[in-house]
Design a protein around this ligand. Structure first.
Ligand SMILES: *[C@@H]1O[C@H](CO)[C@@H](O)[C@H](O)[C@H]1NC(C)=O
Ligand SMILES: *[C@@H]1O[C@H](CO)[C@@H](O)[C@H](O)[C@H]1NC(C)=O
Ligand SMILES: *[C@@H]1O[C@H](CO)[C@@H](O)[C@H](O)[C@H]1NC(C)=O
Ligand SMILES: *[C@@H]1O[C@H](CO)[C@@H](O)[C@H](O)[C@H]1NC(C)=O
Ligand SMILES: *[C@@H]1O[C@H](CO)[C@@H](O)[C@H](O)[C@H]1NC(C)=O
Length: 520
């Protein structure tokens, strides 16, 4: 330990002496001096630019010993750049140039100069293509990404992007530096099939506001929207409706007629048209097939799978209506389907039209009769007039589908029971009209003539004479109530007698007799 401690000062002293000697030698040999630190030169400089001035005495001659890319030369005692530097094409931004200094009778020395090439914004941003085409399915969720279209710029990051039109309804950029195109609102093929956009890029945020050079570039984007299979077949005709973003079209079904015990040949005629469904996706028009799901008891009907035409395999032997549930589904995607109803009314064959009991009728009315009064049957009584038609196709002549109609008169109307009702006050002496009895299922009808005589007002019992006044009704009610009370008293009295056990069967008869007499 002691030895080592002792020896240290000797070593330090020795080192110092050596250094001083060495430095003196260096000093003596230093021909050129280069200012310390790297020299910065911006790229895209003009040719023949000074890099650095080398300090030396005038008898020292200099040359470039190591000249990267042959870019440098010496003019006098100045290191120069021959031509514009390009930061982007250099392997390293730092270039080391060696300058050789020599003087007669002295040792030649080399000095290094570090040149730092500074990057300038001298290149535009570039898109790989001028034009981009995006094929998208409709109805992509909002905020989903449809593509990232980036430009490259050898100088600067980040780049600044902007979509045009900026107010585009359907797309937006993720942010100003990320050109990821996002869905802004739902694309519906029925509404939009093609969208054109411009994507601008700029290498400086607000280039025009500063003196710095800046570059821009632009790419066009065409978006094609594809119709996806999102809708089922729609039976035609149908009523359109919107449910949120969904579109529906609702059919109200089909209706047809068949005759009882008759087999029709060929496709049955339906209202409002033949069974027909079309794909709800406008542009897809998927093939559709038809099927009867329910209601086809006894397989009377069959549907053409391709056309939807319904035909009969045999006659109908039941009274209708017959309701078929018909399915239309896409051949390639059975999950897309629609269901509707086809209703067949079963018609009984009519052999006879409705016929009035008489060909001509006569009725009466008063000039004083108010609207809603009934036409009367004769002069002397107030019995209402009535027409009746029979249909011999039906037992008892009563066709439930028969309706009466009035023709050629605005004075009266006819009720479904055949009573003729005045519609307005009549001033003429008489009027005539025709009544029709129409079978609403077959359209067959019978007619009869009716002439109505209008009688002077005197004989007419006015409606107030016919009816009872409120006072009369009250009196009647009172009398009835009194009678009821009397009856109850008599019944009570008789029952009490029965309870005494003396009453015989005869007596019971007598009681009931009395009671009835009392009620009457
Ligand atoms: C680069 O130099 C050329 C001429 O050498 C000049 O036209 C151009 O504007 C320069 N670019 C920049 C960004 O300084
Ligand atoms: C879409 O993204 C924006 C911004 O990130 C957000 O405000 C919005 O709620 C998102 N919309 C949906 C439907 O996710
Ligand atoms: C039913 O009968 C009527 C009258 O005979 C005829 O006009 C009609 O075409 C028939 N309809 C059917 C579906 O057979
Ligand atoms: C289906 O019916 C329509 C009329 O309803 C007719 O024009 C068409 O030819 C029919 N098709 C077939 C295959 O019977
Ligand atoms: C006649 O009466 C029928 C009902 O019985 C009614 O449906 C019809 O509209 C009436 N016609 C006129 C013209 O008042």
């Amino acid at each position: 330990m002691e030895v080592k401690l002792k020896s240290k000062p000797d070593n330090v002293l020795l080192g110092c002496v050596a250094a001083v000697c060495f430095c003196t030698v260096c000093w003596a040999q230093r021909l050129c001096t280069v200012p310390p630190g790297p020299v910065t030169i911006p790229e895209n400089n003009t040719a023949d630019v000074q890099v650095v001035k080398i300090i030396s005495s005038s008898d020292v001659s200099m040359s470039v010993a190591v000249n990267p890319d042959d870019l440098f030369y010496i003019r006098g005692n100045i290191l120069m750049v021959k031509r514009g530097l390009d930061y982007e094409s250099l392997l390293s931004p730092t270039l080391v140039v060696w300058v050789r200094c020599s003087r007669a009778g002295a040792r030649t020395v080399n000095e290094s100069v570090e040149v730092l090439v500074e990057n300038m914004n001298d290149n535009p941003p570039n898109f790989a293509q001028n034009h981009y085409v995006l094929d998208l399915n409709e109805l992509l969720p909002v905020n989903s990404s449809v593509g990232l279209i980036e430009a490259t710029d050898v100088d600067s990051e980040p780049l600044y992007y902007r979509l045009e039109p900026a107010t585009d309804k359907y797309f937006r950029l993720e942010n100003i530096n990320t050109p990821r195109i996002l869905v802004r609102s739902l694309l519906d093929y029925d509404v939009v099939q093609k969208i054109s956009l411009l994507l601008h890029v700029q290498d400086t945020f607000n280039g025009s506001a500063s003196d710095e050079p800046f570059f821009t570039s632009v790419a066009t984007i065409t978006v094609h929207v594809k119709d996806v299979d999102n809708r089922p077949p729609w039976f035609q005709p149908c009523l359109r409706a919107n449910l949120g973003n969904a579109k529906l079209c609702v059919s109200s079904g089909y209706r047809g007629k068949v005759n009882l015990t008759e087999k029709e040949e060929g496709p049955l005629v339906l209202e409002p048209g033949p069974v027909f469904a079309r794909d709800g996706d406008k542009n897809r028009s998927e093939q559709i097939s038809y099927k009867i799901l329910r209601g086809n008891e006894g397989n009377i009907f069959q549907i053409d799978e391709e056309t939807g035409n319904i035909t009969m395999t045999k006659a109908v032997d039941i009274v209708g209506p017959i309701i078929l549930t018909v399915l239309a589904s896409q051949v390639t995607n059975r999950d897309q389907f629609a269901v509707t109803q086809v209703t067949f009314d079963v018609m009984k064959k009519s052999r006879n039209p409705p016929r009035f009991e008489r060909e001509r009728y006569e009725g009466f009315i008063y000039t004083s009769s108010i609207p809603e009064s009934m036409i009367l049957r004769d002069r002397s009584t107030n019995r209402p007039f009535r027409v009746r038609a029979r249909d011999e196709d039906f037992a008892g002549g009563v066709n439930p589908d028969m309706k009466y109609e009035v023709q050629y008169s605005s004075y009266v109307n006819v009720t479904s029971e055949g009573f003729v009702i005045l519609k307005r006050v009549v001033k003429t002496e008489s009027f005539a009209l025709q009544v029709r009895a129409v079978d609403s299922t077959t359209g067959e009808f019978g007619t009869a003539a009716l002439s109505v005589q209008v009688l002077p007002a005197i004989a007419s019992p006015s409606p107030s004479n016919v009816g009872y006044r409120p006072g009369d009704m009250a009196l009647l009610g009172l009398v009835m109530a009194a009678l009821l009370v009397l009856c109850l008293i008599v019944i009570g009295f008789l029952i009490s007698r029965l309870w005494k056990g003396k009453a015989s069967f005869d007596k019971i008869c007598e009681v009931s007799f009395h009671q009835r007499k009392c009620v009457i």
